[in-house]
Write a protein that binds this ligand. Sequence first.
Ligand code: FE2
Length: 309
Amino acid sequence: MAFTVQPLPGCDTFGCVITDLDPASITEPAVRKRLYDLWIEKGVIVFKGLADLDVQIGLSEIYGEPEEHPLLVGIDRPREHYVIAEIEYVEEDGDLYEINGEERGAYLPWHFDLAYMVKINHGGILRAAVLPGRGGETGFIDRIAAYDALPERLKQRIEGLRVIHRYLADATEARFGERPEKCLQLSRNISLAMEHPSVKNPVTHPLVYTQKESGRKVINVSPWHAVAIEGMENVEGDALLAEVIDHLIRSELAYFHQWQADDMVLWDNWRMLHCACGVPRGEQRKMRRTTIAGDYALGARLISADANA
Ligand SMILES: [Fe+2]
């Protein structure tokens, strides 16, 4: 095969690094199949030496159909390409939090993308346009490995449960997982997203589901967006969900990618959590992400008690 595959540095449970991939070869069926199978098998692929808009879109098409980010539909602002979501921090306009007494821009807590939608995108490819002088790492956690490591009693307790998720801009308001101490600024884009009609109603997803290609089970909760276990919106349910999430986001399960200028990173959004560690105030970070469409067909709109009345 016309490229090299190596493990992620310091991570032997998931992910791989691909070097020496000739962009011209990504139209070849054998190359496409190998790249697709690696994604399902490994969960994360770091592509070295390929940071380019056309290659980013061409690679994304191997994994599904690149689509406009649902919260950008109908938003009139200049973009590199309609399938590119621009995730940017500059001091004048960017999310800024206080975390452990330090001001950090571009921070995003552990999550998977579109957890607040019924249809969750299958993946994304992230490319760096401007990297900060310090910080800016992207973290990944494999929710299959996290499930395998759950105590048996927890595996039994969470089988068949569903979790309510909803869109949340301000990470200090998250009910579970890591929360910054203070929100100092929210970006214009995230403030606009809060008003988007797509995020008005909560959704539910199964807390455990099975990856169809492999039969492996996946813990299926996005800590940033999780509200409660459906039907257990009480102290007991919250304690159970907190226990699962605290298990899921343990630091020993995480890989943190240190970006280099010519990197692109692909992940399986139906399997991985990711987070953005953030940058010191005054640094700049500009990322470009594709949204690879898909539907695992297990999401549902929350039917509230009021709606049943
Ligand atoms: Fe994300």
